[in-house]
Design a protein around this ligand. Structure first.
Ligand SMILES: [Zn+2]
Length: 333
């Protein structure tokens, strides 16, 4: 019998990469990531601390292991600011080239902040749900999407400085590493580890009424037996309180009261459980089975969105006039 070793090897490799992507985002793995980032050794990942520098190195090493590269034209995963500090603030940025030559020039940004509030009056705030959980989602998406090869390119960013007023995302949008005209969507992950308040296999998004994203996610979610809903906390105006908003108002026209930006939303499972910015926001309180499932379902969503000929668009909503950044009026002198 003649065995085609080439084919067998190719199949083994293909199987291995699927198994890998699954095991690399499985329950135990995801628990390990959060447990490291939210351990007492990292002292609550305060901005400017040596410990958040360790957290950034950890994230970058996972980007590399997942197969992400630095953004084209850069030779580092780290975008530094507040450079005069001994431990500058660093956004950690990884890149996955799209698989379709026609669509790869456009990209989706997947993001989460990785800083937290550190040590408050002698107590370490570990920030497991806020926001080691969101970082774990971004790491999981990096491993899965590297194997699933979406058509548009994907940029993965973990922000620093969020707890001091979304400094990382504001710095990035003021000095972007890729043209913002080519960005089609930002999905930002915030507090995705708890299910006690709202239950399993569900998440909600902020600003659902502002773009076509919500209806797309609902359809893809239901196919995967997940439900997607609007923010249950309308009064809290959460759309404006996470890093997604830095992409919403990239330019502004006062005269027509129009914001020019990229459809950008935050994803969360938070159900008012009471751990937000409290010392008991610890790693042992998270639902890792659900978080691992959330990574799987959002991977499927991103693959689909990245392959749609027509990207997500702002929609008329009766509240705000929002337009695509690339359509902004450019004033010549
Ligand atoms: Zn926070």
């Amino acid at each position: 019998m003649k065995i085609n070793h080439g084919v067998i090897f190719a199949v083994l490799l293909a199987t291995a990469s699927v198994v890998n992507a699954n095991s690399q985002t499985g329950v135990d793995t995801v628990r390990d990531w959060v447990s490291f980032l939210a351990s007492d050794e990292l002292k609550g990942r305060a901005n400017g601390s040596p410990e958040i520098t360790l957290a950034g190195d950890y994230i970058a090493s996972h980007f590399e292991a997942a197969g992400l590269t630095a953004v084209p034209g850069k030779d580092t995963y780290f975008q530094e600011f507040n450079n005069d500090l001994e431990h500058p603030y660093r956004n950690v940025i990884g890149y996955l080239q799209g698989s379709d030559p026609k669509l790869a020039g456009e990209y989706i940004i997947l993001s989460a902040h990785y800083d937290h509030v550190g040590n408050v009056d002698g107590t370490i705030f570990n920030g497991a749900d806020d926001n080691a959980s969101g970082v774990a989602a971004v790491l999981g998406l990096a491993y899965r999407l590297a194997a699933l090869k979406p058509k548009r390119s994907i940029v993965f960013i973990t922000w620093s400085g969020e707890e001091e007023g979304m400094l990382g995302s504001q710095f990035y949008t003021s000095q972007p590493w890729l043209p913002l005209e080519d960005a089609v969507l930002n999905l930002n992950f915030e507090l995705v580890g708890h299910t006690g308040g709202l239950g399993k296999r569900q998440f909600w998004i902020t600003g659902a009424e502002y773009s076509t994203l919500y209806s797309s996610l609902k359809v893809i979610g239901s196919r995967n037996d997940w439900s997607v809903s609007r923010s249950p906390f309308a009064d809290l105006q959460l759309f404006w309180r996470s890093d997604n908003v830095s992409f919403v108002r990239l330019a502004e026209d006062q005269e027509t009261q129009t914001l020019y930006g990229i459809p950008a939303h935050s994803i969360s499972t938070w159900g008012q459980e009471g751990h937000y910015h409290k010392p008991h926001d610890d790693a042992d309180a998270l639902d890792y089975e659900n978080l691992s499932g959330l990574i799987a379902v959002t991977s499927n969503m991103v693959v689909e969105l990245a392959g749609q000929p027509e990207a997500v668009q702002w929609r008329d909503n009766g509240q705000l006039r929002l337009r695509q950044f690339k359509d902004r009026p450019v004033h010549s002198e």
